[in-house]
Design a protein around this ligand. Structure first.
Ligand SMILES: *[C@@H]1O[C@H](CO)[C@@H](O)[C@H](O)[C@H]1NC(C)=O
Ligand SMILES: *[C@@H]1O[C@H](CO)[C@@H](O)[C@H](O)[C@H]1NC(C)=O
Length: 597
């Protein structure tokens, strides 16, 4: 038996090495400030070629590209698809620039945009709704709530990739760009599982084997993205898909959770207090003094890497971007491999099915490679607290030495009625107004505004703003709150209404291409909300009063009060008593008759 097995095994390793599919995966770690760690998972898949229009055989075959997604894209004429699932808050002051210049990061909740081919807006919109419904089923997300009232047609941002526009000749109809976001949607394990099922390794091998829901969603911030583009030459096309997951993990917190799954407060005797602040038996500012750390991938993800993705065209690559003076990494596996240095990153490739773990050791966790500062800082807040009106305020700061052009994209639900004439701009501390102020045009170079239609269309605003170097700009805008119908309130209406994040894109000044993209946080707006417990209270109270009133009035109307004697007299005179006594008499007579005979 053994003699047989060996050649077969040999043959298998040979055939494995020879069959390669258009699939690549890589993983990168980067320590950040305050003991955070960024983990970037990246997967690239190409489909095999297919005929875009009237294929000869109607069977779908895409090689490693998912057969779940392919037919959906083809059926809805989707030429480009972008889907984002994000949660948590990305703090650029601590984490630095967004990974991949923000290309793969979405705003809180779910975001979807697509380029759909079609003859007119109507057919395209039908395809768009169909696409949203299909994806809703595929990813277990409420994308089916996408309708006209949340869909916008962006003009200057979210543009299709350049190669696709260049190949526009190979598309028969026009291309439309549609976008929608659901900021209320919680992102959870049920979204991760279908995400992993799109990979040829299905989360069982390669770096995707590290991804389990309870670890991924315990992170400080996480963003999952899917980008599919169509590439054509002539009538032959293929899809290129990029999937990525970016996570920020608080390392000491994750280790603590492994040690103690149910958190308990640290006993007072073990607390280390900050000596620069007042402390005694009752007050303590804990000292953030963790500077030596030792952790492994198994600690962070609860698992080892289950071998490489052997069907890939490139071996699975794992890299760590460390400051090697203070940090070191060590590969733990049965296979001995020596890491290589690529652009200052320590990398290794996995080419077999052994388990791999990576051990990190830090002598001083505060000594990390300098983080890149983002080219823009932005935040958005709600101002003014009144029942029926309020305002948006966007604060922007250009920390660079050069002037920069940015686009602010906002899609605001119809029940927030914004007034464009109230748009004011404050530069450092000089205020200019949108109406008849020549200074305003110097900074705001373009405005695209599509006002909302009640229950049908959101307000769509795109502003091209130029910010001089080291300058702070404040934009403010006022709005009125609309009254909703009783059934339009979501459950738990008192929580407030989420307004999707503003998207801020930094443009290259020469090519006008987006070089960095970020999103603000969602805004939580309280609308005038009826007290939903009131009808219930009113119904209960009126029912009680009604039953009490009805009972006593009914009694008063139908009953008569009499004394006991009167009652007995009445009883004697009543017909039933007379009838009963007659029957008795009759019975006695019959009895005596029987006895006599
Ligand atoms: C996908 O195809 C493009 C060319 O169209 C190529 O540059 C890229 O490397 C391919 N990706 C993979 C994962 O094979
Ligand atoms: C705003 O203030 C900063 C310094 O506080 C300065 O460098 C910048 O030039 C000012 N911008 C304008 C437009 O005045």
């Amino acid at each position: 038996m053994r003699e047989l097995l060996l050649p077969v095994l040999l043959l298998c390793t040979l055939c494995r090495a020879s069959v390669q599919y258009p699939y690549e995966e890589s993983l990168e770690f980067r320590p950040l400030e305050r003991n955070n760690l960024l983990a970037s998972f990246n997967f690239k898949i190409n489909s095999s070629e297919f005929e875009l229009y009237e294929p000869e055989d109607k069977t779908f075959h895409y090689s490693t590209f998912s057969k779940l997604l392919g037919p959906i894209l083809q059926d809805t004429n989707t030429r480009e698809l972008h889907l984002r699932f994000s949660q948590g808050w990305y703090d650029p002051e601590v984490y630095g620039e967004l990974p991949y210049q923000g290309k793969h990061s979405g705003g809180t909740g779910v975001e979807l945009w697509a380029v759909v081919e079609g003859q007119n807006e109507e057919t395209v919109f039908k395809d768009w709704i169909k696409l949203a419904n299909c994806l809703s089923g595929l990813f277990c997300a409420s994308l089916n709530f996408i309708d006209t009232s949340s869909t916008t047609y962006p003009v200057t941002v979210f543009q299709p990739t350049a190669p696709m526009l260049a190949q526009n000749v190979s598309f028969r109809n026009d291309l439309f760009l549609l976008r929608s976001a659901l900021p209320r949607e919680p992102v959870c394990t049920e979204n991760l599982t279908p995400f992993l099922k799109l990979l040829p390794t299905k989360g069982k091998a390669g770096i995707s084997s590290l991804l389990t829901g309870h670890k991924v969603f315990n992170s400080q911030w996480s963003s999952m993205s899917i980008d599919v583009t169509t590439h054509c030459s002539g009538t032959k096309c293929h899809y290129e898909m990029e999937q990525s997951i970016n996570l920020i993990l608080d390392v000491p917190m994750t280790l603590e959770r492994n040690r103690m799954p149910i958190p308990k407060p640290t006993p007072g005797s073990q607390l280390k207090c900050d000596p620069t602040k007042p402390f005694d038996a009752f007050h303590c500012f804990p000292l953030d003094d963790i500077s030596e750390l030792e952790f492994s991938l198994a600690d962070l993800f609860g698992k080892n890497i289950q071998g490489g993705a052997l069907l890939a065209s490139q071996p699975t690559k794992v890299c760590a971007d460390l400051n090697l003076e203070y940090w070191s990494s060590e590969i733990q596996s049965q296979t001995k491999i020596t890491p290589t240095l690529e652009d200052g990153k320590t990398c290794f490739a996995i080419e077999d099915t052994n388990e791999y773990n990576l051990l990190f050791k830090a002598k001083d966790t505060k000594k990390i490679k300098p983080l890149k500062s983002p080219p823009i800082f932005a935040s958005r807040s709600l101002s003014g607290y009144s029942q029926d009106s309020g305002g948006f305020r966007i604060d922007l700061k250009n920390p660079t030495d050069e002037d920069s052009d940015i686009i602010i994209f906002e899609s605001i639900p119809w029940f927030v009625r914004i007034y464009l004439h109230t748009l004011t701009l404050t530069i450092n501390s000089t205020v200019t107004h949108v109406v008849a102020d020549p200074q305003f045009d110097q900074y705001v170079k373009g405005i695209i505004y599509n006002p909302a239609i009640d229950r049908q269309k959101p307000s769509h605003l795109e502003l091209l703003v130029s910010i001089p170097a080291h300058t702070k700009i404040k934009l403010s805008l006022e709005f009125d709150k609309a009254m909703l119908l009783y059934a339009e309130y979501p459950p738990d209406a008192n929580h407030g209404f989420e307004i999707e994040p503003a998207v801020i894109s930094v443009l290259d000044r020469n090519s006008h291409k987006v070089v960095y993209e970020m999103r603000t946080t969602t805004a939580l707006l309280t609308l005038p909300t009826p007290d939903f417990s009131m009808p219930y209270n009113v119904i209960i109270l009126t029912s009680t009063v009604m039953s009490l009133a009805f009972g006593s009035i009914f009694n008063l109307l139908t009953k008569k009060t009499v004394t006991e004697e009167e009652a007995e007299l009445k009883l004697k005179e009543s017909r039933i008593t007379i009838l009963r006594s007659r029957i008795k008499k009759c019975a006695q007579r019959i009895k005596s008759l029987i006895r006599r005979s």
